[in-house]
Design a protein around this ligand. Sequence first.
Ligand code: OKP
Ligand code: ZN
Length: 339
Amino acid sequence: MKSIPSYFDERQYAHEPHQELHNGGWATYAEKSSRAGTIAAGLANLNPARDFGLGPLLDVHDGGYVDFLRIAHSEWIAAGREGDAIGYTWPVVRRRELKLDRIDAKLGRYSFDAATPIAEGTWVASYWSAQTALTALAALLDGEASTSFALCRPPGHHAGRDYCGGYCYLNNAAIAAQRARRQGRRVAILDLDYHHGNGTQDIFYDDPDIFFASIHADPVTDYPFFWGHADERGEGTGEGKTLNLPLPRGTDVMGYQEALGVALNAIAAHQADLIVLSFGADTFEDDPISYFRLRKDDYPKIAARVASLELPILVIMEGGYAVDALGLNVEAFLAGLSA
Ligand code: OKP
Ligand code: ZN
């Protein structure tokens, strides 16, 4: 069995928020930097990221939003605050475009939740997380490999064109998918994180060329609540190019595999020639913030089914918070892709 070329940049450790607002109280931040270390430790073929610059990031994200990410923490400190920058007012009710400069207004304008504090190292880590995705993509586009793994952290699938949320700042999967499309590839994104990838969905919602399929916990019971319902199918020329397969809490491998079959058929029908796979190991039975019942030995089976489409696959790391088991779960998934 060959090992999949994997990519990681140590600057991704720089992002280390202290706490998040969880069920009404401050809790330790679940998206810890040690997540990356435990995954990296199990990878046999690990390579550094290359720098593709800001261009591919700005091909997905709004320029004002990217500027905000770069300077938000220093503006927070300049305002006399300590610790991580976090918003407390969100313009969702009768929202209109206002040009506001106060840091708290900008935090509201460019985020949708209180799970996404901006720490001193957030920009650096997010930038290298995106570059890691682009580097792993390059291995596929250059024909060096048919499967590659981007050990991205912070994750990306909740981040939209002009917003952060859900531990995500730059949408690594969307940035890679967009670049692959610019290079003439026909892309499908398959999101297998426990949580719906609302940012990715929003970015490509009216796009006929990039298919987005997601299997996730029903947003009636689970974060992010406002996206991921089965009747969200894309809009305009993108209608039918979004597929949401919400599943109930308690779903085990049986129910999961059924949804996976539906997603894979749709990806084949799109005639994709490259898959960007947002992988979250938070579908694991012991995940501390999630409620599916996948076991470690289920991951190679799920991965092997995706691989049976015989398309190049770029795996992008998203969630997974059972840190002790995380490395082994990721290894198990990758083993199923290369078996
Ligand atoms: C990120 B990824 C609820 C706090 C909200 C946010 C979860 C973000 C998951 N009490 N938690 O999709 O794994
Ligand atoms: Zn998740």
